[in-house]
Design a protein around this ligand. Structure first.
Ligand SMILES: [Zn+2]
Length: 137
C-alpha cells in the first residue's frame, strides 16, 4: 500500500507512530542478522571439515543479507517519516498533523519495489482542518 493511502486510512499521527515502530523493528532485525553473521564466522573458524565451512558460509551470508536488507528498510522508513513529519505543521495556524490529504505523488520510499530516483521524492498536498490552509509536504 502506498504511503499516501496509509496516511489517508490511518491519519498522519497513527501512520507516523507505525512507521517509527516498523523502522525500529527493522533495526532490531538488522542486529539479529549481525548476530547470525557472526555465528556463521564462528562456525567457519572451527574448521571441522568442508561441510561445516560451507554451513558457516551459508549462515554468515544469510545473516549479512538480512542485516543489509533490514538496515536499508530502517533507513528508508525513517527518512520518509522524518521528511513528512518535518512538513506536517500548518504554516498559518501552527497545528501539527491536523490535515486532510488532497493529493499525492512521487516515488514512495516506503515501498521497496520503487526506486526513489525514478519519479522524485513523495509529496503530499494537504489541507489544514483548523484553518483551511493548503500546502505541499
Ligand atoms: Zn492551519
Amino acid at each position: 500500500m502506498h504511503t499516501a493511502e496509509k496516511i489517508r486510512k490511518l491519519g498522519f499521527k497513527r501512520w507516523y507512530e507505525r512507521a517509527l515502530l516498523e523502522g525500529h523493528a527493522y533495526l532490531v532485525t538488522c542486529f539479529l542478522g549481525m548476530i547470525v553473521a557472526i555465528a556463521g564466522i564462528e562456525v567457519v573458524g572451527g574448521r571441522q571439515g568442508l561441510g561445516q565451512v560451507l554451513v558457516g558460509v551459508a549462515v554468515g551470508g544469510l545473516g549479512v543479507g538480512v542485516c543489509l536488507f533490514s538496515w536499508q528498510r530502517y533507513h528508508r522508513i525513517l527518512i520518509l517519516a522524518e521528511h513528512l513529519g518535518a512538513g506536517a505543521t500548518c504554516g498559518r495556524c501552527g497545528h501539527y498533523a491536523r490535515f486532510g490529504l488532497i493529493g499525492s505523488g512521487g516515488s514512495d520510499m516506503d515501498d521497496p519495489r520503487e526506486q526513489p530516483q525514478e519519479r522524485g521524492p513523495i509529496w503530499l498536498h494537504v489541507k489544514c482542518r483548523e484553518c483551511g490552509n493548503e500546502w505541499v509536504i
